[in-house]
Design a protein around this ligand. Structure first.
Ligand SMILES: *[C@@H]1O[C@H](CO)[C@@H](O)[C@H](O)[C@H]1NC(C)=O
Ligand SMILES: *[C@@H]1O[C@H](CO)[C@@H](O)[C@H](O)[C@H]1NC(C)=O
Ligand SMILES: *[C@@H]1O[C@H](CO)[C@@H](O)[C@H](O)[C@H]1NC(C)=O
Ligand SMILES: *[C@@H]1O[C@H](CO)[C@@H](O)[C@H](O)[C@H]1NC(C)=O
Ligand SMILES: *[C@@H]1O[C@H](CO)[C@@H](O)[C@H](O)[C@H]1NC(C)=O
Ligand SMILES: *[C@@H]1O[C@H](CO)[C@@H](O)[C@H](O)[C@H]1NC(C)=O
Length: 682
């Protein structure tokens, strides 16, 4: 199966982008027409249609995993969809993902093998948001569903249809005739369905507040929630008895409790927690459960099932919402010890990154982190991609695919998905990093600045994998190794501030190669602080997952409690005020926006300029392809020609009175734009 190198005539009209190659006229074999039943949409709707072809007799949603799904996935953006304007999916090209169809794996609809299929379509509805910096985006706002990429609450869907693909010209008709229902919204909770609504139990409490900073930035009400697990013996009325807090970072926890491994709802843990007694085993005597409050956050958003708990130019000031609004609110309603020595950050994977980032950026708030198999701590290795030095995110220097997910058969690595496969799969769920829940896309949103198109400035071409190093450069404040070492001796004094407050665990067989970023981080900080500055544990043969250092859960929690006792003012090694100073705060939203917001995107643009007969092509966002045209004496002269960003061009067309150059920039996800130089009298 392969790409067709043709575009349908309709696509050419809307795309209206000059192409270096000429496309043949092509009649698609299979077209899928999807109309909208009355009452399904409130008004003309923008969004993204996902069309799934599954093996006959199966439900396309049974397996949508990138490593195993037998489905074909096709995605297409829709604009102004209504009962009057159906959407047609046909063909598919890697060049027209804004208006056309993009298919996985790397296929056009014409490439669907003849045979029987169950097909179904889903519509992610986008809402337009005008953010505080003037940037405008169309995104799906999740509502208590944890932001799945497909089929979340309120999604118009078609009925499952059985079709036979003939391999010849064929038109199939589907109808958006139903909408998936919310399970968590009964109509009167604070913030409606946002961040879900769950029933409190005796020990497990669900909190939700409206975030002022996020609501101001998004220009709409945005809520943030927490699941709070109180310890046995907790007495709300006894303010003298206060507890340390473990902030367990990680993915959308829904109503599942306040601790990821295992969740509170898993029987044995909950039974011990609720009774206050860990039952005796052959090796240990019965003992009391730890006197800790366990908290996890609910921060689903337009890009992912959580926000990465930091301030970002694309998702907004979630770090501030959690740290400056939600945590103080929790401190005001529960008997916490609101001091750094009694605040622990922990988590694995996404939560691993969040927990270490929280201590690194907010050493004034949190005492320590126990971070497990964190997302890349250094972009020297973004998973397995040498992001700063490689030319392509999908291919190694010798041209083999870069692997994203691996397994091990003994010591033999088994590759489950490549970076290219995953990125193409995400592209079918949404363009401009809007796959919602796509891992590579949310990294683009968290680590990246805004592009001129208001969406994340992607670090590479999502189709070809070509890395844009200028875009990657903007990621540096989120490269934790770089942030810590470059602020080692700055006024933040992170070398001194963070010493012995960072603990990281990772397995050497990590499914996503995250051990590599940990090793890079270790190398960078130990080059400055020597061994022992932070604590790293690598376990041979271990994959992704499990509790920190694979400790039994109760031993792990005891260790956390001991850390707090040791670092309390009357403990063995009290945490001194000099290391919890606000001077050391990083990731300030004002700084993030200064380099990453819409103003910064506008400021880095420049028109072409002409000096004599020599022209600079201007400044454009990374990845914008440029076509130039000389204007001689007010009229285009010669053919338009492609120019590279950063290159100068000279006019060699002979005599003229007035010279000007026009440069047209185009990029997927961007409006094609023509910029004119000054006019030079020659
Ligand atoms: C996509 O398919 C085309 C045609 O088969 C092939 O040349 C190209 O290498 C594929 N791209 C990727 C990234 O798999
Ligand atoms: C994109 O499609 C063209 C044909 O239209 C093909 O030559 C090229 O290999 C494709 N690129 C990728 C990365 O799939
Ligand atoms: C589709 O086919 C399956 C068997 O492959 C059958 O069980 C199901 O009822 C069919 N659905 C429709 C809508 O015809
Ligand atoms: C619509 O979906 C709901 C579940 O969300 C289901 O109960 C109902 O039967 C569906 N209606 C139709 C016409 O398929
Ligand atoms: C603990 O006791 C159970 C039941 O008596 C037994 O099955 C298990 O093997 C024992 N475990 C150890 C480590 O001794
Ligand atoms: C690192 O942490 C582990 C427990 O998490 C501990 O056993 C070990 O002693 C620590 N190493 C150092 C050098 O502090």
């Amino acid at each position: 199966m392969h790409w067709t190198n043709t575009l349908s005539a309709a696509l050419l009209v809307v795309a209206a982008v000059a192409h270096p190659t000429t496309e043949k006229e092509h009649k698609p074999k299979l077209e899928v027409h999807i109309s909208v039943a009355d009452g399904i949409l409130k008004s003309a709707t923008d969004g993204h249609v996902q069309l799934l072809f599954a093996p006959a007799g199966t439900n396309p949603l049974d397996d949508t995993d990138v490593t195993s799904s037998p489905n074909y996935f096709f995605g297409k953006n829709v604009f102004g969809l209504s009962t009057k304007h159906p959407v047609i999916l046909s063909g598919g090209s890697n060049d027209t993902t804004d208006y056309g169809v993009f298919g996985w794996r790397n296929v056009s609809i014409d490439d669907v093998e003849p045979g029987d299929y169950s097909i179904q379509a889903f519509l992610n509805i986008y809402e337009k948001a005008v953010r505080a910096d003037g940037s405008v985006v169309s995104v799906r706002f999740p509502c208590g569903d944890g932001a799945p990429g497909i089929g979340g609450y309120g999604t118009p869907i078609t009925s499952l249809a059985n079709i036979t693909v003939t391999g010849k010209r064929q038109i199939e008709h589907l109808v958006f005739n139903n909408v998936t229902e919310s399970e968590v919204f009964t109509g009167h909770e604070i913030g409606g369905c946002e961040q879900g609504n769950y029933e409190d139990t005796e020990f497990l409490k669900y909190v939700k507040i409206r975030s002022t900073v996020l609501s101001n930035w998004w220009n709409r009400d945005v809520y943030v929630g927490a699941n709070v697990l109180l310890p046995h013996g907790y007495d709300a009325g006894d303010k003298s008895k206060r507890y340390p807090v473990v902030y367990a970072q990680g993915h959308w926890p829904a109503g599942k409790g306040a601790f990821n491994y295992p969740t509170y709802l898993d029987g044995a843990f909950a039974e011990a927690w609720d009774t206050g007694t860990i039952a005796a085993t052959n090796i240990t005597e019965a003992r009391a459960t730890p006197k800790l409050i366990l908290v996890t956050f609910r921060h689903e958003n337009a890009f992912y099932d959580d926000s990465y708990a930091v301030n970002t130019a694309n998702i907004g000031p979630w770090g501030d919402a959690i740290n400056e609004e939600l945590i103080p609110h929790l401190d005001s309603i529960y008997n916490t010890i609101a001091k750094p020595y009694a605040r622990i950050q922990q988590g694995g994977s996404t939560g691993g990154w969040e927990s270490i980032a929280s201590v690194i950026y907010r050493p004034d708030l949190f005492g320590v982190c126990f971070s497990s198999y964190p997302d890349s701590l250094s972009f020297n290795r973004h998973q397995d991609i040498p992001l700063y030095t490689n030319k392509n995110a999908y291919l190694t220097a010798n041209g083999t695919p870069i692997v994203s997910i691996r397994d091990f058969d003994g010591n033999t690595q088994v590759d489950l998905a490549s970076v290219a496969q995953e990125n193409h799969w995400e592209l079918t769920f949404g363009t401009s990093s809007r796959s919602i829940g796509g891992q590579w896309d949310v990294w683009n949103a968290v680590f990246g600045v805004q592009g001129l198109n208001n969406y994340p400035l992607e670090p590479w071409d999502k189709v070809t994998g070509e890395i844009y190093h200028e875009a990657v450069e903007f990621w540096k404040p989120f490269d934790l190794a770089n942030w810590v070492t470059s602020n080692w001796d700055s006024k933040l004094k992170l070398g001194e501030v963070l010493k012995k407050r960072i603990n990281v665990y990772v397995g050497l067989h990590d499914d996503y190669f995250l051990n590599e970023g940990v090793a890079e981080f270790q190398k960078a900080v130990e080059a400055k602080g020597g061994p022992g500055w932070a604590n790293f544990t690598y376990l041979a043969g271990q994959p992704h997952g499990g509790i920190y250092n694979l400790l039994p859960i109760w031993d792990y929690l005891d260790m956390l409690q001991t850390w707090v006792e040791d670092h309390a003012p009357d403990g063995k090694t009290p945490l001194p005020p000099s290391v919890t100073t606000p001077i050391a705060i990083g990731n300030k939203f004002v700084d993030v926006m200064a380099t990453g917001g819409h103003g910064a995107a506008l400021a880095r643009q420049a028109p072409p300029t002409l000096t004599g007969k020599k022209a600079s092509v201007g400044r454009w966002d990374p990845g914008v392809k440029l076509e130039a045209q000389w204007i001689v004496d007010g009229r285009p002269k010669g053919k338009p020609f492609w120019v590279e960003q950063g290159c100068d061009v000279s006019y060699e067309g002979g005599k003229c009175r007035e010279l000007q150059i026009e440069v047209t920039g185009s990029k997927r996800g961007y409006k094609t734009e023509t910029r004119k130089s000054n006019v030079v009298k020659t």
